[in-house]
Design a protein around this ligand. Structure first.
Ligand SMILES: [Zn+2]
Length: 85
């Protein structure tokens, strides 16, 4: 049986790459019996959507009058955070 540590690692990786069939099956099995990892997966997905929305808003909202350099720094930071997950 997969440990929570292995499961959370796979959940994080699944945001960046497609999981193999066997990884997916082992992860699904773990998620069926583990509430903590199911919650972690949900929260990670919500966070990803939220970060995407923030990024889109910053890029598109003309009411945000940050200097372009500041906008670019914020977007860079969001991307760096996403990659470090
Ligand atoms: Zn777990």
């Amino acid at each position: 049986m997969m440990t929570c540590k292995q499961a959370s690692k796979l959940i994080s990786q699944s945001l960046d790459r497609p999981l193999s069939w066997s990884e997916l099956m082992r992860l699904k099995l773990h998620l069926m019996i583990c509430n903590a990892c199911s919650r972690f997966k949900k929260q990670l997905n919500l966070l990803r959507v939220a970060l995407h929305n923030i990024r889109t808003n910053i890029e598109n909202d003309s009411a945000i009058t940050l200097p372009l350099a500041a906008k670019a720094r914020i977007i860079d930071q969001i991307e760096a955070d996403q990659q470090s997950q």
